[in-house]
Design a protein around this ligand. Structure first.
Ligand SMILES: [Zn+2]
Ligand SMILES: [Zn+2]
Length: 578
């Protein structure tokens, strides 16, 4: 109720010079609070009572009176208010003017192509946190007004490029170390592609797990594709490091994207999980990137080429990927050739095992999640973008960055509380480790020295013996290299030697709380607020082909401080600062 108390304190005594000013203020107050108010009582022209549209059940009321001290000038003021709602059925309803003032409508008004009413409603949900589903008629009315203003030249529609250039310039100013780029087509100067990489995420990426995943797909109906470079933090949570929209999924655009990531300062010499599409693979080859494929990527690709796969075949593919030796890999491939499909076997013969199978990577580089499911679905659902069509590029980046802002703050809070709890490693890593720790009791140890232990499974005739080296913090099994978390053998060896308390030292540095805190504690991302204003600036303030690499020039800084001219008509773009 603290927010309500503060609101109450701010309201009481507030003055309004005209009746119009008063009702505009109350309309905005209602919309902001997700309600609609109505005038309940006028007594003698000197006092008014506003209630919410819910009716008698809701106690909400705002009383307004006229000051009596002046003869000619009698401003309205709020004399008392009861701001709490109870049993409230009141639903917000935006007036035409309010609707035109919404961010979603302003952005729509300034773009060359007006979205469909349905999409506009979706965008208002994201950008303005308001549901206009029951106001379709007013939405159409607002669109009509916008169209008229556009055709009469009262508002100028701009290419997304101009708006984006302004948006990303401001983003870069607010977030030092960030990388942004907006490019126009050489032919007609129209928007081509854009990328934003927040500086704090570049910095934090050095403390994350050592891999990325690229997720690519259409976002904007058929018009644009989005490219996301996703990493995973030390708590095993996905994190969007770079977001771009491009006009097509071409090799050229992929090259541009990965080169931009490099220029942004992201370390690109780690495994990158990608789909097996032709332009993408060609790009990886040209840039010598370490492309790898998850089981899902491979199965999706196989299904596209060979039709639906039987579960037994899918299992064989997973098995092939997990083979720990070349010999086992070749044998499994033989099985696929004999039992499943010759073409399928041929398909795998053509793929370099290093790009997807475990055995060539087993001791060299951690692939962490080589059999994990698709990374993007969680990201996209969270961004609420999966069902929005024809989204304006500015809105796209605004949504993606808003999610990054929220997640960054979450991570900072988590780091703080984990330090307080005196944790040594992240809960995500701890959970993975817990399974290994519990398994350790099933293993037998043969100590060779104080640091060297041979570990094998109890009561099982098995030739598999693992070699644990406590000094080098290694085990000969795949898990410790691949996950950088102590394996069951390592736990068994430590327990046998009575040194289990040392187990946390064997976690990869990315899981240590001190590393996580170094990456995220007290870090934050900011986003521009002036988008809607600046996009009405003259196009000529932006270079024709903004491929700038240097920081924004002082001249372009000035343009951000210009206040746009206010118009006297009902498309007044001034915002209510109350
Ligand atoms: Zn109410
Ligand atoms: Zn092991």
């Amino acid at each position: 109720m603290a927010a309500e108390d503060a609101d109450h304190a701010a309201l009481i005594g507030k003055e309004f010079n005209t009746t119009e000013e008063l009702s505009t203020f109350l309309q905005n107050h209602a919309l902001r609070n997700g309600r609609k108010y109505r005038l309940y009582d006028k007594s003698g022209g000197r006092s008014r009572k506003y209630v919410c549209t819910s009716g008698e059940d809701c106690p909400f009321v705002i009383n307004v009176n006229r000051r009596r001290y002046a003869k000619k000038f009698c401003p309205w003021y709020i004399s008392s208010a009861m701001l709490e709602h109870a049993n409230c059925q009141s639903a917000p309803k935006a007036t035409l003017k309010q609707m035109l003032d919404l961010k979603a409508f302003k952005v729509a008004a300034s773009s060359t192509k007006l979205p469909r009413a349905k999409d506009l409603i979706e965008q208002a949900k994201i950008l303005d946190d308001i549901n206009l589903e029951n106001q379709l008629r007013t939405v159409y009315e607002a669109m009509k007004v916008i169209r008229e203003k556009q055709s009469s030249g009262e508002i100028t529609a701009y290419e997304p490029r101009v708006q984006l250039a302004s948006f990303v310039d401001q983003f870069k100013e607010l977030n030092p170390g960030s990388y942004t780029n907006v490019e126009a087509s050489d032919d007609d100067d129209s928007f081509l592609r854009a990328i934003v990489v927040p500086g704090v995420l570049v910095r934090a990426s050095r403390f994350n797990q050592l891999f990325y995943a690229l997720e690519a797909g259409p976002i904007n109906g058929q018009e644009y594709n989005q490219l996301l470079l996703i990493g995973r933090d030390g708590n095993l949570q996905n994190i969007t490091l770079a977001a771009a929209i491009v006009d097509s999924a071409s090799k050229d655009n992929y090259m541009w994207f990965f080169q931009a990531c490099t220029q942004a300062g992201l370390k690109m010499d780690v495994p990158i999980f990608v789909d097996r599409t032709e332009p993408l693979l060609a790009c990886g080859k040209a840039l010598k990137l370490q492309f790898v494929h998850s089981t899902d990527h491979i199965i999706r690709d196989c299904t596209a080429s060979f039709g639906c796969l039987f579960p037994t075949v899918k299992n064989l593919i997973s098995k092939l990927q997990c083979c720990e030796t070349r010999q086992l890999y070749d044998n499994t491939l033989q099985v696929i050739r004999r039992t499943a499909n010759k073409d399928l076997a041929l398909y795998f013969e053509k793929i370099d095992p290093e790009q997807w199978a475990l055995f060539p990577n087993i001791t060299t580089r951690p692939l962490y999640s080589w059999n994990s499911s698709n990374l993007i679905e969680a990201e996209m659902t969270a961004a609420q973008l999966d069902h929005v069509q024809n989204i304006h590029p500015v809105l796209y980046f605004e949504s993606v960055l808003s999610l990054s802002i929220a997640k960054m703050y979450d991570r900072s809070c988590l780091a703080k509380s984990w330090i307080k709890e005196r944790r040594q490693v992240t809960p995500g890593a701890e959970e993975l480790f817990e399974k290994e720790r519990q398994e350790a009791v099933n293993y037998d140890c043969l100590c060779s020295s104080e640091v060297l232990v041979y570990v094998s499974r109890l009561s099982e005739i098995s030739t598999v013996v693992r070699r644990v080296d406590l000094e080098k913090k290694t085990c000969s099994c795949k898990d410790m290299v691949q996950n950088r978390i102590p394996c069951r053998h390592y736990c068994a060896a430590l327990t046998r030697l009575g040194k289990f308390e040392q187990v946390y030292d064997a976690f990869g540095s990315e899981y240590q709380i001190c590393t996580y805190a170094e990456a995220y504690l007290g870090r934050h991302i900011e986003k521009p607020l002036q988008t809607d204003l600046d996009m009405h600036n003259n196009t000529t303030t932006y270079p024709k082909y903004p491929k700038r690499k240097a920081p924004a020039s002082p001249q372009s800084t000035n343009t951000h401080k210009k206040t746009p001219k206010k118009t006297s008509n009902d498309l007044d773009y001034s915002t209510d600062d109350e």
